[in-house]
Design a protein around this ligand. Structure first.
Ligand code: HEM
Length: 456
């Protein structure tokens, strides 16, 4: 989320990683200036801890402001008291009992994905996996956040789906291109008109659905005997107490925030782990052995996934975690310091932008020997003992961590296991040939090419 020049940010990260680890491997902190703005780059667990563990240093940097026209100041982008009270209101929406209800959505949409992939399995040709997964995670988040399906997997031409893609690209462009950053300059470009059109579509959707669901919810509350699957939106409406706690505008901010944070992140994470398993057949075989143990090989083999099954996918969880270590969906976290803070013996003054570079921190050889190797064993319980609590932070950490992390892990397991139960996957691209883009989300510039084959 940092201010970027027009170079690939990940190329910069890769160079910084090599430079920082060569010249300053131990302290995990480097300072610099961007014009008149001071910043520090943080890439060790010890240096990240004073920021992430603190209740004071929770304000996001101004770079998140490009998200405001779309997301307003919802949970991701808000600060101070507003953030504290929203976090308190929203936390119960991610309770395990509620996630249990979402399992049906994960299952149904994974099934659609498996069906959509069939034509690729029949052809057996290399194809880009990324778009398939993105449409699947978009369907999942739409249904769980708003209780409405946009059927993105069936209809990727929908106005809403296109607007989400378009606005993400425009925001990423603003972050990457310094001349698009000042609002007055941005307004003079052709991107601005497109940006406003997307906002209109996106807000129109969350508003309209909001209203429909308000009606739905009240109908439901009169009709208590009937069980209906609740979406996050219903829970927000319940928490709003007729507008006394959350206005309609507040609710829309949060739904839009879930839509944004909850689909690109999981889509990248799922695509990366499938790709890495496709690059390491021996690890893929171990995952499939685990799935065979869970689902058996009798006629019940194709049965629906249960929450218990997901909990038993321990080795798959290790794979997902190591994929998120190598390719954290959110490659850096930016905070603006309100007060001076002591880091690695230095006083970092108030006003400084701190960039906690997860991508680098996850490659710090002090914690991760052979950091570039995909090695799920990193996360076997015996290997986690004694590891610094801030050494692995794909979901950030501390009070401002990702509220959706349990949701994300369950979704990942459901989608990845559904694909692997049906298909063997083989990576076509080589990791070393990929160009990464680290803008809002860390993703491969030209997608991830794989081949899939039906399992016998
Ligand atoms: C693999 C998937 C995911 C990853 C890697 C991820 C990662 C993160 C990270 C690193 C942050 C902190 C961002 C920052 O401080 O700038 C964050 C915040 C957040 N995430 Fe996630 N996320 C994932 C999935 C989800 C899902 C599925 C949802 C919702 C359904 C979600 C909702 C949020 C929200 C609302 C915040 C803001 C929390 C706050 O500031 O209190 N995330 N996520």
């Amino acid at each position: 989320m940092s201010k970027q020049s027009n170079f690939s940010p990940v190329k910069i990260l890769t160079r910084l990683n090599v430079g920082a680890l060569t010249f300053n491997p131990d302290e995990g902190i480097i300072r610099g200036w961007l014009g008149s703005t001071p910043w520090v780059l943080i890439y060790s667990s010890e240096a990240a801890e004073p920021i992430l563990s603190s209740n004071k240093h929770i304000d996001k940097s101004p770079d998140y402001s490009y998200l405001h026209p779309w997301l307003g100041t919802g949970l991701l982008t808000s600060a101070g008291q507003k953030w504290h009270s929203r976090r308190k209101i929203l936390t119960p929406a991610f309770h395990f009992r509620i996630l249990d209800d979402f399992l049906d959505v994960f299952r149904e949409q994974s099934q659609v994905l498996v069906e959509k992939l069939e034509k690729e399995a029949v052809k057996g040709e290399p194809f880009n996996l990324f778009p398939y997964i993105t449409l699947c995670t978009l369907d999942i988040i739409c249904e769980t956040a708003m209780g409405q399906s946009v059927n993105a997997q069936e209809n990727s031409d929908s106005e809403y789906v296109k607007a989400i893609y378009k606005i993400s690209t425009i925001i990423q462009n603003r972050q990457a291109k310094i001349w698009l950053q000042p609002d007055w300059l941005f307004r003079l470009t052709k991107h601005y008109k497109e940006h406003q059109r997307c906002i209109q579509i996106l807000h129109g959707f969350s508003n309209k659905e909001n209203m429909k669901l308000v009606a739905h919810f009240y109908l439901h509350s009169i009709n208590l005997g009937k069980k209906k699957r609740l979406a996050f939106l219903d829970l927000l409406i319940e928490a709003s107490q007729d507008g006394a706690v959350l206005s309609n505008e507040d609710i829309r901010e949060e739904v839009d925030t879930f839509m944004f944070e909850g689909h690109d992140t999981t889509s990248a994470a799922i695509s990366w782990v499938l790709f890495l398993l496709g690059s390491h057949p021996e690890i893929q075989d171990k995952v499939v052995e685990e799935l065979d143990r869970i689902f058996g090989d009798d006629e019940d083999k194709d049965r629906r996934i249960t929450m218990k099954d997901l909990q038993e996918m321990r080795y798959l969880e290790c794979c997902i975690k190591d994929a998120l270590r190598l390719y954290p969906s959110v490659p850096l976290i930016a905070r603006q310091l309100r007060e001076d803070v002591q880091i690695a013996g230095y006083t970092v003054p108030a006003g400084t932008t701190t960039l906690i570079v997860t991508y680098m921190l996850h490659r710090n050889p002090a914690t991760w020997p052979s950091p570039e190797r995909f090695n799920p064993d990193h996360f076997l319980p015996e290997n986690c003992q004694g590891r610094h609590p801030y050494a692995y932070i794909p979901f950030s950490a501390g009070p401002r961590n990702c509220i959706g992390q349990k949701f994300a892990m369950l979704e990942e397991k459901a989608v990845v296991s559904s694909v692997l139960r049906k298909y063997r996957i083989k990576a076509v691209d080589r990791r070393e040939d990929l160009t990464l883009l680290g803008e809002l989300i860390l993703r491969p510039k030209d997608g991830l090419r794989v081949q899939i084959f039906p399992r016998k």
